[in-house]
Design a protein around this ligand. Structure first.
Ligand code: MG
Ligand code: MG
Length: 259
């Protein structure tokens, strides 16, 4: 069931998203070669608790950390570890969620550690841009397939793979609510978007084939062909005016697409 949020509830989620944005900005600045992913996790939990919020990933189905850190061929759900030391040239995805006053937000970004190759940077840039292409379609009256199609069409035009087994999701009082939000699809198909819907849109884009596998730690998802992967996510709403608003990127103004 899809829970629509009223103006007051949207305001609560706006606050939650703004706090998460602050956390991710600090994490992004902290990433450097030589640090372990466990150090980044400790810092994330400190930042979240400083905001009087709760790390939503910690203990979620037994997950042992406050962030997911996925390096290179890892797609999502990588477990922070003091044995995983970031190296110059790595591609790191950080996924984080928090609960403020009962309301969830969920956001992820991918960065190069130190200097990375132009090919890796392009993958990161295209993944981010695919997100924005998608949410320009997140307008009341459109359908989920319009979002997925925009993400898929743009990413595949670079020869990249679009992961299908994992999707975005509704979000609110729960981290994962209906509907699921695929990063592929057909225009005009899928659930119709309505004012008050709150969803996490999160393209996972690979440099090679789109197929994935799970490691035997029971969490980490990797690309089957070992290709590098990038992930980008924000919590958004179709707001009171029927337009997309990015809660976890406050102040960002969507511009008209120029083609
Ligand atoms: Mg996430
Ligand atoms: Mg998510």
């Amino acid at each position: 069931m899809i829970y629509l949020k009223n103006a007051q509830q949207l305001e609560c989620m706006r606050k939650s998203g703004a706090l998460l944005y602050d956390v991710l900005c600090h994490l992004r600045e902290a990433i450097k070669p030589g640090m372990s992913t466990a150090e980044l996790d400790v810092y994330a939990e400190q930042l979240i608790r400083k905001h009087k919020s709760v790390p939503s990933f910690l203990d979620y189905n037994g997950f042992p950390a406050s962030i997911c850190t996925s390096v290179n061929e890892e797609v999502v759900h990588g477990i922070p570890s003091d044995k995983i030391i970031l190296k110059e040239g790595d591609v790191l995805s950080v996924d984080c969620g928090l609960i403020f006053d009962g309301w969830q937000s969920d956001s992820a970004f991918t960065v190069g550690v130190g200097k990375i190759s132009p090919e890796k940077q392009q993958l990161i840039d295209v993944t981010e841009e695919s997100f924005f292409k998608g949410i320009r379609k997140a307008i009341a009256g459109n359908r989920l397939g319009d979002i997925g199609n925009a993400i898929q069409t743009y990413s595949e035009s670079f020869g990249y793979g679009v992961v299908r087994e994992l999707t975005g999701h509704g979000i609110g009082r729960n981290m994962h609510e209906d509907p699921s939000v695929p990063n592929y699809g057909t225009c005009g198909h899928g659930t119709r978007l309505r004012a008050g819907m709150t969803i996490a849109v999160e393209p996972m884009i690979t440099m090679g084939q789109r197929y994935i596998a799970e490691l035997d730690d029971g969490w980490t998802i990797v690309t089957e062909d070992g290709s590098i992967c990038s992930h980008y996510e924000h919590t958004i709403s179709i707001n009171e005016h029927g337009l997309p608003e990015i809660f976890s990127y406050p102040g960002y103004v969507l511009t008209e697409e120029q083609e």
